[in-house]
Structure formats: C-alpha cells, structure tokens
Design a protein around this ligand. Structure first.
Ligand code: ADP
Ligand code: ADP
Ligand code: ZN
Ligand code: ZN
Length: 795
C-alpha cells in the first residue's frame, strides 16, 4: 500500500495516480453540465475540498457525477421487481468512474414540510426518549408508543371464537401518544372572520371578501337567499344566532331558485373547499387569501405539546417527555446526565451521545420539538449530519455542500472538527466550500474553473493547500484576501426604530437600524439575527426581502420567465416574424405537443421522487417544431433560451436583435454574478445562493426602500465577494437602505453600521451586544464578532 496519498505528510504535492488505484476514486472523462471531460483521482479516506468560482462545475462533479452515479449503482443492486418501482436516472456522462463507495449526501435541502416532523423525530432522539419514559416515567403510562405524538390511540370492538366454539366479544385498545385535539400537530387552525367579510356591509352590499364569493355568483346567492339572516343587514348588526348560522351552521338542504343546494356555514365550507387543498396548486389570489385568513394557535388541549394527557403526566423527577422536548438541547443533555439508572444505562449512553453531538455541532440552542420545516438550510444540514456522526458505518463517501452556510467564524472551527472526525472514522469526505478556514484543513484540494459555465469545467489545480496558495489560480490568488476597513462610513438619513422585539429568543430588543446605509447584522448561529430581521421590521416600509428560499413555481419556470425577460424576447421574435408573441412561449401556444413544453416527460411514482426523461419529439427543446422555423438575429427561440446570460447580453445589443428592454434585465442578471446561468435553466436546479441572486436581480428595480438579504455570500467564491460588495454599494448609492445578515468578514468590514446580536445562541442570545461602526467594533473587541473581525483585518 502506498502512503503517498497523504500529501501533507511529506509536504509536497504528489501526482495522485502514483497511489494504488483502489485507494482512489477515479473519474475519467466527466462531461456533466459544463464539465469538459474532467479526469481526476480523489484520495479515499481523506478530506477533499472542491473550490472554484460559482458556476465553475463543482456541484456538477461532486453531486451530479460522483454522488449520482453511486446512487444509481446502489439502485441497480435491488431486485428487478423493486427496480420497476424506482426512478432509474440515466448514467451520468462520464467514461470511467471507479473506486466509488456508498455516497451519502448531506445537503442543504430543507426538511420536508410534514408538520409532524420535528428535530427530535428526524434524529433518533425522540425514539430514545420514548423508551426512557416508558421505562422510568411515573405513573407508568405504557409502552414507548404511548409517548409518540404521531401514533393515535385506537379502540376496536370485535369477536373471537373461543375453545368451545362460542364467540366472545372483545375490545382492542392500542394506546398512542397523539393528542386527539390537534392530531399531533401541536397547533389548531382557525379562520380569521375579519378576512372573510367586511362587517360594515350587508351580504347584498358585497360584504364577502373571499375569492369566488363576490359579485352575485352562486356562492354569495346561497348565503343571501338562505333565509337565516337578513341579506340587507350589515353583518356587524347580526344577532349571535345569525352570526353562528353564517359562520358555523351544519350542512342543511335547501332550494334556491328551484335548485337543490346544501347550505353550510362559511367556516366549514371554506375548510373543505380551500384549506384541504394543496397550497402550491392554488391560483395565486386564492393562496394569498388562505395565507391571510388562516391563523394557527397552540392546541388548547395539549398546550402545543402534541401529546395526549397520559403521555404528559408521566415524569422522571419533575420532567415530562413534553418538558424534555421543549428544553434547549444543551439543557436536556445536562438533565440526562443526571438520570442514574443502571437498568437503562446503554440507552442513556446512546441518548447522551446524540444530544452531545447537537451541542458539538453548534445546535445546542435548538429544542427537540422544533418543527423540522422551520430550520434554515444550514441548520437542516447540520441536523442531518448528526444522524451520521453516530453511525458505525465506515468507508462511506460523505459529500457536503457548503457546510459553513449560516455559521459565524466562531462556529466554523467546530464544524471543521466534525468533518475531520468523519474522515478519521475511515470515511472519504468531499466538501464544496469557499471559506478559507475550511480549505485550510483539506488533505487535498480540487480547484475547478477557471471561469463559470462554458468558461469553466476544467481542473485548474489539484494538490495540497500550500501548493494551491502558490498556484496562479483564481482561488490560490484570493486565498489570503483580507478586506480593509473603509476610510469613511456613510451617514444615515434616518432610522428604523424597532421597539420591544420579542420574536423567538429576542429579549425585548430596542434597536435603531440606520436608513440609507449598508447595515450588517452579525452574531453566532442561533443568536437571533433572522428573528430580528424577518420578525420585527414593519411591513409598511416597503421591505424587499431577498432570501434563499425556494421560488414558487415549477419545473417550467426559468430565469427568463421569472425575471420577465421572456416578454421582450417574445415580442422581438413576434415582430421580426410577423406572428403572435404567444408562439414563443413553451408554456402556451408554442409548446411541443408531446411534452406540453416541459422538455421532459415526468413519471410520478408514489412515495418516490419522480423520474424525468427527455422528450423524444422536441429533444428537450420544449417548442413545437414549427416555432423553431422562426428566427431572430439568426437564432431560434430554443437557441436563445440555451444562451448563458453573458452571451445573451451581447446578442440583444446587436443590430438585428437589438432589444433594449431585454438588455436591461440581462444587465441586472450579470450584475449579481449570474452571467453564467442559461436563460432556460429550470429554477428547480438552482442553488440557494443562485436563487437569492436571481431574486435580487429581479427586485433591484423595485420601488421598495429597505432591502433585506440573508447571507448573500452563500455560494460565492472569494473572488466574487468583491463584486457583491460593489453591488450592495450601488443599491445604497441609488437611495436604498440595505440590511444584510452576514458572517463573511469582508462584508462586515465593508459595512457602514454593524448590529451584533448575542452573546450566545438561543436563551443565551437575543440581545444587542454591539451597535456601531466596524472600526468601533474592532476597537471595543467586546464581542466574539469583534475578536474575529479584528483578527481578520489584521489589527
Ligand atoms: P458550481 O457548483 O461550481 O457553482 P455548477 O456545477 O452548479 O457550478 O454549474 C456549472 C454549470 O452548469 C453552470 O453553467 C450551470 O449553470 C450549469 N448547470 C448546473 N446544473 C444544471 C442543470 N441541471 N441543467 C443545466 N445546466 C446546469
Ligand atoms: P440566527 O438567525 O442568528 O441564526 P434565529 O433568529 O434563526 O438565529 O434563531 C434565534 C432563536 O430562535 C434560536 O433559539 C432558534 O432556535 C429560535 N427560533 C428561530 N426560528 C424559530 C421558529 N420558527 N420556531 C421556534 N423557534 C425558532
Ligand atoms: Zn393538541
Ligand atoms: Zn417535447
């Protein structure tokens, strides 16, 4: 066996091919997305970091080639019968891929929207607590299932035949822990009557404000002619009885205009017709109504704990399972340490280890009852990591996508230790990352580039970090970048007063956010930055929130449709060819009839991800063949949509295809660093950082005065951060107020004003620990952020 894979041990870069091939993952001729026949060997059981500007091809190599092929090979090991039910993705475009081990992707996909999934249920922590309480809880409440909020209690009556042939009546009971009041959701939904009608008006005057209940249609006639109240009386003058009939009356048969109809109160009727539906599938005005009208309150029966009474009554010491799930995990870990009971000592050990991993990974401020769907992308990734830290599997390949997203420089060290621990257990760890602090700990670095899109897709460097530094790659040159403080900061032209902010962990925060400047909100993960920014700024100020959340819409949306760019393009095509603009939309008349303009045929399978295969008719071009006969500046519409932004920018500036309206939108896209993105790339394939920059480009021209951005450096290479700073400056200089949640020191150093939250996370945070200029923050050095910023700028 060769030891040359440990390049750092002898201090020099060895060509990895010297090592035995079974010590390497070998990729040969990878051509997925923009990869230009990449050949590479990655040392096993080492930590390899993939670097390169955004769009250079890091994800295409790590996720779309290596991880995708491993998953495909695993699927192939299942029986033909099972495979028939599974998605069968095409083999990635690559000549050779060997030495693969099982790949586990620890990505930033937010966790499912299942309202019953919590931090405790997605890790094993809740399962262990249930066993603990079923064994030690007093009074005894039953088996572990009796403590499970997702298991309902059921009773059934039946009969069994006994020995002498007689039948005997029996009843079966299964005791679950689900609160019957809220079915384990912890909240109950209600409709806000104020959103259903204007109570100063009568039904005949058009009091209803529910979509579909206005303008004298059947819905409003049913109520007006029901006879339960006077349709000409303003609703605020209704008697209690009349109001109850309007809102809650049970289904009642009646004849209206000679037609048999069923009357029902507004609340149950809307519940059935609107709330039971999938929100994503609603028309936008109906969805907006539902979001306005539905209020959620903690379930009064279980006090929001999701648990039935018997499950809450059993305690260990003074603590019930509901109390345990409500505690911050680090406090729970302390409590578990004090439970002494030899009969369950292996269980206690396992539970302690799991809880300690939360603390180590910097998530000790979470509680087990936190709905998984409310975690940020970075938090979700770290929670997933906990499942693997406890795992005794070895020789697995773990792939991470920017594991430091959402982490303060203070938290990054701990994350690094965990990555190294996974490696030292005998696993191969592949990390896509931009932060120098992480690149620093790599055994091996693979730098992709040099540029993005068609300007990237090649390996510019492979070897140890020291050699990367000496290499003349973009990454090497920027590795030791240090931003300097600005000579002068801007003066605010007003303040945004936040008073008594209490969302989540905030402790009655009073703070003035300056207007007309660049303000950066800092603090360790969980200190309360998002709670302050997203929960406390009054809506009326015209706040434009630019975050990384998924964009509503579908597989059919792309940058061209999302930014409105497609409109001027369609018009230009229509004008040049003397036909209708609608022909040039793959979502309308111009669509390929076989795939309806999707470019792919989807097969949706219950319980599994759908499978997409390229449409054979249009070969993925999405348009009807006849439409592709029309040209603009020598290109058809499918060719234009296949252009990256940078190329389209030149195209729409040229004489024949000159389209100033399109050009303007394209400029904004290039401005936010998305020059490499193709106009027709489905939005579902964009990363969180790309989505945020796309939203920013779309909203840049908005009238709104206050821009709120959540970690805009996510996904940005060191070299791109400078461009981002320029962009933020231009926003401020055009009269906008920009508020940014950021951990990147270059952005902090560039701020006009810093608000630092802390000092810790969860109940140890939630206060403003510093407000002032970056220079003052460094001079005071009174907070963790101050320390890190001082070290960064070299003071
Ligand atoms: P990185 O991870 O380095 O930011 P990616 O691998 O995501 O880069 O992207 C490399 C190139 O491939 C970019 O030009 C990007 O627009 C393109 N690309 C990525 N995913 C897809 C996809 N699903 N379909 C089409 N093009 C894609
Ligand atoms: P930061 O943005 O600084 O990372 P957050 O504002 O997300 O911090 O979190 C601050 C505190 O509020 C943490 O203890 C976190 O667990 C809690 N918290 C945040 N969002 C929610 C939520 N949706 N439900 C319950 N607690 C939350
Ligand atoms: Zn309940
Ligand atoms: Zn088609």
């Amino acid at each position: 066996m060769s030891t040359s894979t440990d390049a750092r041990a002898d201090g020099q870069a060895r060509a990895p091919h010297i090592a035995d091939s079974h010590e390497m993952i070998r990729v040969h001729g990878a051509r997925v997305n923009n990869l230009q026949g990449v050949d590479i060997e990655i040392p096993k059981r080492r930590l390899t970091v993939f670097t390169g500007v955004s769009g250079s091809g890091k994800s295409s190599l790590v996720f779309d080639t290596i991880a995708a092929e491993s998953q495909r090979l695993i699927n192939e090991t299942y029986s033909a019968f099972l495979q028939g039910f599974m998605p069968s993705p095409a083999r990635p475009e690559v000549d050779v891929l060997d030495g693969l081990t099982t790949v586990i992707s620890v990505d930033q996909q937010r966790m499912g929207a299942d309202p019953r999934s919590t931090v405790g249920t997605v890790t094993d922590a809740n399962a262990m607590l249930r066993i603990l309480f079923s064994r030690l809880g007093k009074p005894h409440a039953g088996p572990p299932g009796a403590f499970a909020f997702n298991v309902p209690s059921v009773s059934a009556a039946g009969a069994i035949t006994v020995g002498n042939g007689k039948k005997e009546k029996v009843t079966f009971h299964k005791v679950g822990g689900m609160c019957p009041g809220c079915e384990g959701r912890g909240t109950v939904s209600d409709l806000d009557p104020a959103q259903l009608y204007d109570d100063t008006k009568s039904v005949n005057e058009g009091a209803f404000t529910i979509p579909g209940y206005t303008g004298g249609g059947w819905n409003s006639r049913l109520y007006a002619e029901s006879g339960f109240f006077d349709p000409d009386k303003p609703i605020r003058e209704f008697t209690e009885r009349e109001l109850r009939d309007l809102l809650h009356r049970e289904p009642t048969r009646m004849k209206i205009a000679g037609i048999n109809m069923t009357y029902e109160g507004l609340v149950p009727r809307i519940r059935k017709s609107m709330l039971a539906k999938d929100k994503e599938a609603m028309q936008s005005h109906v969805r907006a109504f539902v979001e306005r009208a539905v209020t959620f309150t903690p379930c009064p029966e279980c006090d929001g704990t999701r648990l039935a009474a018997h499950a809450r009554s059993a305690t260990i010491g003074e603590v019930s399972i509901a109390d345990a799930c409500r505690m911050e995990i680090r406090d729970l870990a302390d409590w578990v340490r004090n439970v002494q009971e030899p009969s369950v000592s292996p269980l206690l050990t396992a539970l302690r280890q799991t809880l300690d991993s939360f603390v180590e990974i910097g998530l000790g401020y979470l509680s087990l009852d936190r709905p998984a769907g409310t975690l940020s992308g970075g938090e979700a990734q770290r929670v997933k990591m906990i499942r693997h830290l406890g795992s005794s599997l070895t020789d697995v390949t773990y792939v991470f996508d920017e594991p430091t997203a959402g982490l303060h420089p203070h938290d990054i060290r701990r994350m690094n230790e965990l990555l190294l621990r996974l490696r030292d257990k005998g696993n191969t760890v592949l990390v896509v990352e931009h932060k120098p602090e992480v690149i620093e700990i790599a055994d091996h670095v693979v730098d992709l580039g040099p540029g993005a899109g068609t300007g990237g897709g090649t390996v510019c460097f492979e070897g140890p970090v020291d050699a990367l530094r000496g290499s003349d790659t973009v990454t090497g040159r920027h590795l030791d970048d240090r931003a300097a403080l600005k000579g002068a900061v801007r003066e605010p032209d007003g303040v945004l007063e936040i008073r008594g902010a209490q969302a989540n962990n905030l402790r009655d925060v009073d703070v003035d956010l300056p207007l007309g400047v660049l303000t950066v909100i800092t603090g360790v993960a969980g200190s309360g930055k998002s709670s302050l920014v997203h929960g406390s700024i009054p809506e009326e100020l015209g706040v434009v929130s630019v975050d990384q959340s998924p964009i509503r819409g579908s597989r059919r949306s792309n940058p061209a449709t999302y930014t409105g760019l497609l409109d001027p393009i369609r018009k230009a095509f229509a004008k040049a060819n003397g036909v209708k603009p609608a022909l040039f939309s793959a979502n309308s008349e111009g669509a390929c009839p076989t795939c309806n303009g999707a470019g792919v045929i989807y097969t949706d399978l219950a319980m599994m991800a759908g499978v997409a295969s390229t449409c054979e008719d249009c070969e993925g071009r999405r348009f009807d063949a006849a439409v592709l006969e029309y040209h603009l500046g020598g290109r058809d519409i499918a060719e234009v949509l296949a252009m990256p932004v940078a190329e389209a920018l030149a195209f729409f500036a040229e004489r024949e295809a000159r389209t100033p309206a399109a050009h303007k939108i394209l400029e904004r896209l290039a401005d936010v660093g998305l020059g490499y993105l193709t106009l027709g790339q489905p939005l579902t394939t964009l990363s969180g950082g790309e989505r945020q920059r796309l939203k920013l480009a779309t909203h840049m021209a908005d009238k709104g005065g206050v821009y709120v951005l959540d970690e805009p450096t996510t996904g940005l290479h060191l070299a791109d951060v400078e461009q981002l700073l320029g962009l933020l400056d231009r926003l401020v200089d055009s009269g906008k107020s920009v508020i940014v949640i950021e951990h990147h020191q270059a952005v902090m150093a560039h701020a006009d004003w810093i608000v630092d939250l802390g000092p810790g996370a969860g109940h140890d945070g939630g206060r403003v620990v510093f407000e002032g200029t970056p220079a003052d923050l460094i001079a005071a050095r009174s907070t963790v952020t101050g320390e890190h910023l001082a070290a960064y700028v070299g003071e």
